[in-house]
Design a protein around this ligand. Sequence first.
Ligand SMILES: CC(C)[C@H](C(=O)O)[C@@H](O)C(=O)O
Ligand code: SF4
Length: 473
Amino acid sequence: MTPKTIIEKIWDQHEVIKEEGKPSLLYIDLHMVHEVTSPQAFEGLRLNNRKVRRPDLTFATMDHNVPTVDRYNITDQIAKTQIETLQKNCDEFGIDVVDLEHPENGIVHVIGPELGLTQPGKTIVCGDSHTSTHGAFGALAFGIGTSEVEHVLAAQSLWQSKPKTLEVNIDGKLKPGISAKDVILAIIAKFGVDVGTGSVIEFTGEAIRGMTMEERMTICNMSIEAGAKAGLISPDQVTFDYLEGREYVPSGEAFKELTQQWSKLATDEGAKYDRTVTIRAEEIEPMVTWGTNPSQGIGVSKLIPSPSEAVSEADRRGIEQALEYMDLKPGTPIQEVAVQHVFIGSCTNSRLSDLRAAASIINGRKVADGVRALVVPGSQKVKKQAEKEGLDQLFIEAGFEWRDSGCSMCLSMNPDVVPEGERCASTSNRNFEGRQGKGSRTHLVSPEMAAATALAGHFVDVRDYKKGKTLTT
Ligand SMILES: CC(C)[C@H](C(=O)O)[C@@H](O)C(=O)O
Ligand code: SF4
Protein backbone atom coordinates (compact mmCIF):
# COMPACT_ATOMS: atom_id res chain seq x y z
CA MET A 1 0.00 0.00 0.00
CA THR A 2 1.17 3.52 -0.75
CA PRO A 3 2.21 5.26 2.46
CA LYS A 4 -0.25 8.01 3.41
CA THR A 5 -0.23 11.10 5.58
CA ILE A 6 -2.74 11.38 8.41
CA ILE A 7 -4.40 14.17 6.43
CA GLU A 8 -5.13 11.84 3.49
CA LYS A 9 -6.25 9.04 5.82
CA ILE A 10 -8.84 11.18 7.62
CA TRP A 11 -9.96 12.71 4.33
CA ASP A 12 -10.44 9.32 2.67
CA GLN A 13 -12.38 7.97 5.65
CA HIS A 14 -14.85 10.86 5.52
CA GLU A 15 -15.50 11.31 1.81
CA VAL A 16 -19.19 10.56 1.22
CA ILE A 17 -19.37 11.81 -2.36
CA LYS A 18 -16.30 12.05 -4.54
CA GLU A 19 -16.05 13.19 -8.15
CA GLU A 20 -12.86 13.83 -10.10
CA GLY A 21 -11.98 17.54 -10.21
CA LYS A 22 -14.89 18.58 -8.00
CA PRO A 23 -15.26 19.26 -4.25
CA SER A 24 -16.13 16.19 -2.18
CA LEU A 25 -18.89 15.83 0.37
CA LEU A 26 -17.18 15.23 3.72
CA TYR A 27 -18.92 13.68 6.70
CA ILE A 28 -18.53 15.75 9.87
CA ASP A 29 -18.05 13.98 13.21
CA LEU A 30 -18.28 16.95 15.54
CA HIS A 31 -19.81 20.39 15.09
CA MET A 32 -19.03 22.96 17.73
CA VAL A 33 -21.13 26.11 17.90
CA HIS A 34 -20.78 29.50 19.61
CA GLU A 35 -22.96 32.57 19.93
CA VAL A 36 -21.30 34.81 17.32
CA THR A 37 -21.43 32.80 14.09
CA SER A 38 -24.55 30.70 14.63
CA PRO A 39 -27.64 32.97 14.78
CA GLN A 40 -28.15 33.32 10.98
CA ALA A 41 -27.47 29.62 10.50
CA PHE A 42 -30.30 28.62 12.84
CA GLU A 43 -32.48 31.30 11.25
CA GLY A 44 -31.80 29.67 7.87
CA LEU A 45 -32.96 26.31 9.21
CA ARG A 46 -36.16 27.84 10.50
CA LEU A 47 -36.86 29.59 7.20
CA ASN A 48 -36.42 26.32 5.32
CA ASN A 49 -38.32 24.34 7.88
CA ARG A 50 -35.38 22.05 8.58
CA LYS A 51 -34.18 20.27 11.69
CA VAL A 52 -30.66 19.75 13.02
CA ARG A 53 -29.61 16.43 11.50
CA ARG A 54 -27.45 15.23 14.40
CA PRO A 55 -28.04 17.21 17.60
CA ASP A 56 -25.98 14.52 19.33
CA LEU A 57 -22.91 15.51 17.31
CA THR A 58 -23.49 19.22 17.83
CA PHE A 59 -22.20 20.95 20.91
CA ALA A 60 -22.58 24.61 21.87
CA THR A 61 -20.90 27.04 24.23
CA MET A 62 -20.96 30.77 24.95
CA ASP A 63 -17.55 32.39 25.01
CA HIS A 64 -16.85 35.45 22.84
CA ASN A 65 -19.20 37.93 24.47
CA VAL A 66 -19.03 36.79 28.05
CA PRO A 67 -18.02 39.35 30.68
CA THR A 68 -15.18 38.06 32.87
CA VAL A 69 -16.38 40.00 35.91
CA ASP A 70 -20.03 39.70 36.95
CA ARG A 71 -20.65 37.36 34.02
CA TYR A 72 -24.42 37.18 34.26
CA ASN A 73 -24.77 40.91 33.94
CA ILE A 74 -24.33 41.54 30.22
CA THR A 75 -24.86 45.22 29.54
CA ASP A 76 -23.93 45.28 25.84
CA GLN A 77 -27.12 44.77 23.84
CA ILE A 78 -25.56 42.88 20.90
CA ALA A 79 -23.71 40.56 23.27
CA LYS A 80 -26.82 39.93 25.33
CA THR A 81 -28.91 39.19 22.24
CA GLN A 82 -26.33 36.76 20.85
CA ILE A 83 -26.11 34.84 24.13
CA GLU A 84 -29.87 34.68 24.54
CA THR A 85 -30.36 33.70 20.91
CA LEU A 86 -27.93 30.79 21.22
CA GLN A 87 -29.79 29.54 24.28
CA LYS A 88 -33.15 29.75 22.46
CA ASN A 89 -31.78 28.07 19.34
CA CYS A 90 -30.23 25.21 21.31
CA ASP A 91 -33.47 24.68 23.24
CA GLU A 92 -35.52 24.70 20.04
CA PHE A 93 -33.23 22.38 18.07
CA GLY A 94 -32.32 20.04 20.93
CA ILE A 95 -28.60 20.85 21.17
CA ASP A 96 -26.49 20.57 24.32
CA VAL A 97 -25.19 23.95 25.41
CA VAL A 98 -22.83 24.73 28.24
CA ASP A 99 -24.36 28.05 29.24
CA LEU A 100 -22.85 30.68 31.50
CA GLU A 101 -23.92 28.91 34.68
CA HIS A 102 -22.60 25.55 33.53
CA PRO A 103 -19.40 24.42 35.31
CA GLU A 104 -18.03 23.27 31.93
CA ASN A 105 -18.52 26.61 30.19
CA GLY A 106 -15.48 28.07 28.46
CA ILE A 107 -13.83 28.94 25.16
CA VAL A 108 -14.97 26.48 22.51
CA HIS A 109 -11.43 25.37 21.63
CA VAL A 110 -10.50 24.86 25.26
CA ILE A 111 -13.52 22.82 26.32
CA GLY A 112 -13.67 20.48 23.29
CA PRO A 113 -10.36 18.85 24.26
CA GLU A 114 -10.96 19.24 27.98
CA LEU A 115 -14.20 17.25 27.81
CA GLY A 116 -12.73 14.68 25.41
CA LEU A 117 -15.10 15.63 22.58
CA THR A 118 -12.01 16.23 20.47
CA GLN A 119 -10.54 12.89 19.41
CA PRO A 120 -8.05 11.58 16.84
CA GLY A 121 -9.39 10.90 13.37
CA LYS A 122 -12.49 13.04 13.69
CA THR A 123 -13.54 15.73 11.28
CA ILE A 124 -14.36 18.72 13.47
CA VAL A 125 -15.80 22.05 12.36
CA CYS A 126 -16.92 25.24 14.05
CA GLY A 127 -17.81 28.70 12.79
CA ASP A 128 -14.50 29.90 14.10
CA SER A 129 -11.07 30.15 12.53
CA HIS A 130 -9.15 28.74 15.49
CA THR A 131 -10.88 25.38 15.21
CA SER A 132 -7.46 24.24 14.02
CA THR A 133 -6.59 23.91 17.73
CA HIS A 134 -8.31 20.51 17.82
CA GLY A 135 -5.84 19.25 15.21
CA ALA A 136 -3.37 18.72 18.06
CA PHE A 137 -5.17 15.41 18.64
CA GLY A 138 -4.78 14.21 15.08
CA ALA A 139 -8.25 15.43 14.06
CA LEU A 140 -9.00 17.25 10.80
CA ALA A 141 -10.43 20.42 12.34
CA PHE A 142 -11.16 23.65 10.54
CA GLY A 143 -13.16 26.84 10.73
CA ILE A 144 -16.23 27.41 8.55
CA GLY A 145 -18.43 30.36 7.61
CA THR A 146 -22.00 30.89 8.79
CA SER A 147 -23.61 29.49 5.62
CA GLU A 148 -21.51 26.34 6.09
CA VAL A 149 -22.59 26.21 9.74
CA GLU A 150 -26.16 26.04 8.43
CA HIS A 151 -25.20 23.28 5.98
CA VAL A 152 -23.54 21.19 8.69
CA LEU A 153 -26.47 21.70 11.06
CA ALA A 154 -28.85 20.50 8.35
CA ALA A 155 -26.81 17.72 6.73
CA GLN A 156 -23.89 16.82 9.06
CA SER A 157 -21.64 17.12 6.04
CA LEU A 158 -19.79 19.75 4.04
CA TRP A 159 -18.57 20.27 0.46
CA GLN A 160 -14.81 20.66 0.49
CA SER A 161 -11.97 20.69 -2.00
CA LYS A 162 -9.13 18.39 -1.12
CA PRO A 163 -6.39 20.42 0.58
CA LYS A 164 -2.68 20.22 -0.19
CA THR A 165 -0.42 18.80 2.48
CA LEU A 166 2.37 20.83 4.07
CA GLU A 167 4.82 19.36 6.55
CA VAL A 168 6.29 21.84 9.02
CA ASN A 169 9.19 20.03 10.58
CA ILE A 170 10.64 21.36 13.84
CA ASP A 171 13.99 19.69 13.78
CA GLY A 172 16.07 18.99 16.89
CA LYS A 173 15.58 19.97 20.52
CA LEU A 174 14.29 23.26 21.89
CA LYS A 175 16.60 25.23 24.16
CA PRO A 176 15.56 25.50 27.82
CA GLY A 177 12.99 28.23 28.51
CA ILE A 178 11.42 28.08 25.03
CA SER A 179 7.67 27.57 24.93
CA ALA A 180 5.30 26.22 22.28
CA LYS A 181 4.11 29.79 21.66
CA ASP A 182 7.67 30.83 20.78
CA VAL A 183 7.85 27.91 18.36
CA ILE A 184 4.70 28.80 16.44
CA LEU A 185 5.53 32.54 16.42
CA ALA A 186 9.01 31.69 15.10
CA ILE A 187 7.51 29.46 12.40
CA ILE A 188 5.16 32.21 11.24
CA ALA A 189 7.94 34.85 11.42
CA LYS A 190 10.17 32.63 9.28
CA PHE A 191 7.72 31.35 6.68
CA GLY A 192 5.08 34.11 6.63
CA VAL A 193 1.32 34.41 7.03
CA ASP A 194 0.55 32.66 3.75
CA VAL A 195 2.91 29.67 3.81
CA GLY A 196 -0.07 27.40 4.52
CA THR A 197 -2.50 28.78 1.93
CA GLY A 198 -4.67 25.98 0.51
CA SER A 199 -2.99 23.41 2.75
CA VAL A 200 -3.40 21.43 5.90
CA ILE A 201 -0.19 21.52 7.93
CA GLU A 202 1.18 18.52 9.75
CA PHE A 203 3.67 19.56 12.43
CA THR A 204 6.41 16.96 12.81
CA GLY A 205 9.81 16.51 14.41
CA GLU A 206 11.47 15.77 17.69
CA ALA A 207 10.38 19.04 19.31
CA ILE A 208 6.72 18.26 18.59
CA ARG A 209 7.00 14.70 19.90
CA GLY A 210 8.45 16.09 23.13
CA MET A 211 5.48 18.43 23.68
CA THR A 212 2.49 17.91 25.97
CA MET A 213 -1.02 18.03 24.48
CA GLU A 214 -1.51 21.55 25.80
CA GLU A 215 1.65 22.71 24.03
CA ARG A 216 0.58 20.95 20.83
CA MET A 217 -2.77 22.79 21.02
CA THR A 218 -0.94 26.13 21.17
CA ILE A 219 0.95 25.17 18.00
CA CYS A 220 -2.11 23.96 16.05
CA ASN A 221 -4.21 26.90 17.25
CA MET A 222 -2.10 29.32 15.23
CA SER A 223 -1.94 27.24 12.02
CA ILE A 224 -4.58 29.57 10.67
CA GLU A 225 -2.22 32.51 11.26
CA ALA A 226 0.18 30.76 8.87
CA GLY A 227 -2.63 30.82 6.31
CA ALA A 228 -3.43 27.11 6.57
CA LYS A 229 -6.88 25.59 6.44
CA ALA A 230 -5.99 23.42 9.41
CA GLY A 231 -3.00 22.14 11.33
CA LEU A 232 -2.57 18.79 12.97
CA ILE A 233 -0.20 16.43 14.72
CA SER A 234 -0.18 12.64 14.38
CA PRO A 235 -1.51 11.11 17.60
CA ASP A 236 0.76 9.11 19.93
CA GLN A 237 0.82 7.86 23.51
CA VAL A 238 0.84 11.47 24.80
CA THR A 239 -2.50 12.00 23.00
CA PHE A 240 -4.05 8.81 24.37
CA ASP A 241 -2.89 9.52 27.94
CA TYR A 242 -4.45 12.98 27.79
CA LEU A 243 -7.78 11.58 26.58
CA GLU A 244 -8.14 8.61 28.90
CA GLY A 245 -10.83 9.17 31.51
CA ARG A 246 -12.30 12.35 29.99
CA GLU A 247 -16.07 12.79 30.05
CA TYR A 248 -16.82 11.99 26.38
CA VAL A 249 -14.14 9.35 25.91
CA PRO A 250 -15.24 5.70 26.19
CA SER A 251 -13.50 3.73 28.92
CA GLY A 252 -12.26 0.17 29.47
CA GLU A 253 -12.08 -2.19 26.49
CA ALA A 254 -13.68 0.38 24.19
CA PHE A 255 -10.87 2.82 24.98
CA LYS A 256 -8.23 0.17 24.24
CA GLU A 257 -9.84 -0.55 20.88
CA LEU A 258 -10.02 3.14 20.10
CA THR A 259 -6.34 3.64 20.85
CA GLN A 260 -5.52 0.82 18.44
CA GLN A 261 -7.50 2.53 15.69
CA TRP A 262 -6.05 5.91 16.56
CA SER A 263 -2.49 4.56 16.37
CA LYS A 264 -3.06 3.59 12.75
CA LEU A 265 -3.88 7.18 11.83
CA ALA A 266 -0.34 8.50 12.28
CA THR A 267 1.41 9.41 9.03
CA ASP A 268 3.09 6.37 7.49
CA GLU A 269 6.84 6.14 7.16
CA GLY A 270 7.74 7.40 3.68
CA ALA A 271 4.46 9.23 3.03
CA LYS A 272 4.85 12.22 0.71
CA TYR A 273 3.69 15.74 1.45
CA ASP A 274 3.10 18.30 -1.30
CA ARG A 275 5.70 20.44 0.44
CA THR A 276 7.98 20.39 3.49
CA VAL A 277 9.56 23.31 5.34
CA THR A 278 11.98 22.94 8.24
CA ILE A 279 12.95 25.13 11.16
CA ARG A 280 15.76 24.24 13.55
CA ALA A 281 14.54 24.10 17.15
CA GLU A 282 17.81 25.50 18.56
CA GLU A 283 17.34 28.69 16.52
CA ILE A 284 14.23 29.64 18.43
CA GLU A 285 14.35 32.21 21.24
CA PRO A 286 11.48 33.79 23.21
CA MET A 287 9.43 35.73 20.65
CA VAL A 288 7.63 39.08 20.68
CA THR A 289 5.65 40.48 17.77
CA TRP A 290 6.30 44.15 17.00
CA GLY A 291 3.87 44.60 14.08
CA THR A 292 0.27 44.13 13.03
CA ASN A 293 0.29 40.59 11.72
CA PRO A 294 1.59 37.48 13.49
CA SER A 295 4.58 37.13 11.14
CA GLN A 296 5.97 40.47 12.26
CA GLY A 297 7.75 38.96 15.24
CA ILE A 298 11.35 38.85 16.49
CA GLY A 299 13.43 37.13 19.13
CA VAL A 300 13.48 39.05 22.40
CA SER A 301 17.19 39.85 22.00
CA LYS A 302 16.56 41.64 18.69
CA LEU A 303 15.90 45.20 17.53
CA ILE A 304 12.69 46.47 15.90
CA PRO A 305 13.31 46.06 12.15
CA SER A 306 13.65 48.84 9.65
CA PRO A 307 11.78 49.22 6.34
CA SER A 308 15.24 49.10 4.72
CA GLU A 309 15.41 45.37 5.59
CA ALA A 310 12.31 44.66 3.49
CA VAL A 311 12.50 41.97 0.82
CA SER A 312 10.03 43.68 -1.52
CA GLU A 313 8.22 46.96 -2.05
CA ALA A 314 5.02 45.53 -0.55
CA ASP A 315 6.99 44.29 2.46
CA ARG A 316 8.56 47.75 2.91
CA ARG A 317 5.14 49.40 2.94
CA GLY A 318 3.87 46.72 5.34
CA ILE A 319 6.74 47.36 7.77
CA GLU A 320 6.28 51.15 7.56
CA GLN A 321 2.55 50.94 8.19
CA ALA A 322 2.99 48.53 11.09
CA LEU A 323 5.67 50.71 12.70
CA GLU A 324 3.43 53.72 12.39
CA TYR A 325 0.37 52.01 13.84
CA MET A 326 2.44 50.47 16.64
CA ASP A 327 4.28 53.77 17.25
CA LEU A 328 7.70 52.09 17.19
CA LYS A 329 11.08 53.24 15.87
CA PRO A 330 13.32 50.94 13.83
CA GLY A 331 16.45 49.86 15.69
CA THR A 332 14.88 50.06 19.17
CA PRO A 333 15.64 46.98 21.29
CA ILE A 334 12.27 45.30 21.83
CA GLN A 335 13.16 45.06 25.52
CA GLU A 336 12.94 48.86 25.79
CA VAL A 337 9.29 48.86 24.78
CA ALA A 338 6.97 49.50 27.76
CA VAL A 339 3.43 48.14 28.03
CA GLN A 340 0.36 49.35 29.92
CA HIS A 341 -1.61 46.09 29.69
CA VAL A 342 -0.94 42.39 29.91
CA PHE A 343 -3.44 39.74 28.89
CA ILE A 344 -2.91 36.12 29.82
CA GLY A 345 -5.73 34.17 28.20
CA SER A 346 -7.34 33.11 24.86
CA CYS A 347 -7.69 29.72 23.20
CA THR A 348 -3.96 29.85 22.41
CA ASN A 349 -2.69 30.08 25.98
CA SER A 350 -5.29 29.85 28.75
CA ARG A 351 -5.06 26.23 29.80
CA LEU A 352 -3.85 25.10 33.21
CA SER A 353 -0.24 24.62 32.09
CA ASP A 354 -0.20 28.16 30.67
CA LEU A 355 -1.41 29.61 33.96
CA ARG A 356 1.09 27.52 35.89
CA ALA A 357 3.90 28.68 33.62
CA ALA A 358 2.91 32.33 34.03
CA ALA A 359 2.54 31.99 37.81
CA SER A 360 5.97 30.34 38.10
CA ILE A 361 7.59 33.57 36.92
CA ILE A 362 6.13 35.72 39.72
CA ASN A 363 8.50 34.54 42.45
CA GLY A 364 7.36 37.10 45.05
CA ARG A 365 7.47 40.05 42.63
CA LYS A 366 4.70 42.54 41.88
CA VAL A 367 3.11 43.81 38.69
CA ALA A 368 4.94 47.03 37.70
CA ASP A 369 3.34 50.41 38.40
CA GLY A 370 1.15 51.58 35.56
CA VAL A 371 0.50 48.06 34.24
CA ARG A 372 -2.91 46.42 34.31
CA ALA A 373 -2.57 42.65 34.04
CA LEU A 374 -5.48 40.27 33.46
CA VAL A 375 -5.49 36.50 33.86
CA VAL A 376 -8.48 34.93 32.12
CA PRO A 377 -8.69 31.12 32.31
CA GLY A 378 -9.90 29.37 29.17
CA SER A 379 -12.72 27.56 30.93
CA GLN A 380 -14.48 27.48 34.26
CA LYS A 381 -12.89 24.06 34.84
CA VAL A 382 -9.42 25.50 34.29
CA LYS A 383 -10.33 28.31 36.66
CA LYS A 384 -11.47 25.93 39.37
CA GLN A 385 -8.43 23.71 39.05
CA ALA A 386 -6.09 26.72 39.14
CA GLU A 387 -7.82 27.90 42.30
CA LYS A 388 -7.37 24.49 43.87
CA GLU A 389 -3.65 24.83 43.23
CA GLY A 390 -3.60 28.36 44.68
CA LEU A 391 -2.58 29.99 41.40
CA ASP A 392 -5.29 32.63 41.79
CA GLN A 393 -3.73 33.72 45.08
CA LEU A 394 -0.27 33.95 43.56
CA PHE A 395 -1.61 36.13 40.76
CA ILE A 396 -3.77 38.31 43.01
CA GLU A 397 -0.98 38.88 45.55
CA ALA A 398 1.30 39.96 42.71
CA GLY A 399 -1.29 42.48 41.49
CA PHE A 400 -2.83 40.56 38.56
CA GLU A 401 -6.62 40.53 38.14
CA TRP A 402 -8.11 37.03 38.32
CA ARG A 403 -11.18 36.67 36.11
CA ASP A 404 -13.88 34.25 34.95
CA SER A 405 -13.34 32.41 31.66
CA GLY A 406 -14.05 33.60 28.10
CA CYS A 407 -12.41 35.03 25.00
CA SER A 408 -12.13 38.37 26.73
CA MET A 409 -9.33 40.71 25.65
CA CYS A 410 -8.32 38.40 22.79
CA LEU A 411 -10.79 40.32 20.64
CA SER A 412 -12.53 42.55 23.17
CA MET A 413 -16.12 41.69 22.32
CA ASN A 414 -16.73 41.96 26.06
CA PRO A 415 -15.84 44.86 28.40
CA ASP A 416 -12.11 43.88 28.52
CA VAL A 417 -10.71 46.46 26.12
CA VAL A 418 -7.26 48.02 25.59
CA PRO A 419 -7.75 51.79 25.30
CA GLU A 420 -6.72 53.66 22.16
CA GLY A 421 -2.97 54.21 21.80
CA GLU A 422 -2.08 51.82 24.64
CA ARG A 423 0.09 48.76 24.39
CA CYS A 424 -0.66 45.21 25.48
CA ALA A 425 1.53 42.12 25.84
CA SER A 426 -0.94 39.39 24.99
CA THR A 427 -0.84 35.61 24.92
CA SER A 428 -3.52 35.53 22.21
CA ASN A 429 -3.02 34.80 18.50
CA ARG A 430 -3.81 37.96 16.54
CA ASN A 431 -2.14 41.37 16.66
CA PHE A 432 -4.25 42.99 13.94
CA GLU A 433 -5.00 46.71 14.06
CA GLY A 434 -7.77 47.37 16.56
CA ARG A 435 -8.03 43.74 17.63
CA GLN A 436 -8.06 44.50 21.36
CA GLY A 437 -10.01 47.73 20.99
CA LYS A 438 -9.93 50.70 18.61
CA GLY A 439 -6.35 51.97 18.26
CA SER A 440 -4.99 49.28 20.64
CA ARG A 441 -1.47 47.95 20.08
CA THR A 442 -0.95 44.22 20.58
CA HIS A 443 2.31 42.32 21.05
CA LEU A 444 1.95 38.53 20.96
CA VAL A 445 4.03 36.58 23.48
CA SER A 446 4.02 33.35 25.53
CA PRO A 447 2.44 33.18 29.01
CA GLU A 448 5.90 33.21 30.63
CA MET A 449 6.92 36.28 28.64
CA ALA A 450 3.60 37.99 29.41
CA ALA A 451 4.03 37.44 33.15
CA ALA A 452 7.64 38.67 33.10
CA THR A 453 6.58 41.72 31.07
CA ALA A 454 3.82 42.51 33.59
CA LEU A 455 6.35 42.44 36.43
CA ALA A 456 9.00 44.47 34.61
CA GLY A 457 6.66 46.92 32.84
CA HIS A 458 8.49 46.32 29.55
CA PHE A 459 9.52 43.31 27.48
CA VAL A 460 12.26 41.20 29.04
CA ASP A 461 13.98 37.96 28.24
CA VAL A 462 12.13 35.59 30.51
CA ARG A 463 15.21 33.35 30.67
CA ASP A 464 17.16 36.11 32.45
CA TYR A 465 14.17 36.88 34.58
CA LYS A 466 13.94 33.34 35.82
CA LYS A 467 17.60 33.50 36.80
CA GLY A 468 16.66 36.42 39.05
CA LYS A 469 18.76 39.01 37.20
CA THR A 470 18.02 42.53 38.40
CA LEU A 471 15.87 44.32 35.91
CA THR A 472 15.47 48.00 35.33
CA THR A 473 11.82 48.94 35.18
C1 LIG B 1 -15.78 35.63 16.15
C2 LIG B 1 -15.11 34.60 15.30
C3 LIG B 1 -15.80 34.53 13.99
C4 LIG B 1 -13.61 34.82 15.14
C5 LIG B 1 -12.92 33.72 14.35
O1 LIG B 1 -13.46 33.08 13.48
O2 LIG B 1 -11.77 33.48 14.56
C6 LIG B 1 -12.92 34.95 16.49
O3 LIG B 1 -12.97 33.80 17.24
C7 LIG B 1 -11.51 35.39 16.28
O4 LIG B 1 -10.61 34.83 16.89
O5 LIG B 1 -11.29 36.35 15.52
S1 SF4 C 1 -10.05 33.21 22.35
FE1 SF4 C 1 -9.73 34.63 20.67
S2 SF4 C 1 -9.00 33.42 18.98
FE2 SF4 C 1 -9.91 32.03 20.44
S3 SF4 C 1 -11.98 31.75 19.74
FE3 SF4 C 1 -11.99 33.39 21.24
S4 SF4 C 1 -11.77 35.26 20.06
FE4 SF4 C 1 -11.20 33.57 18.70
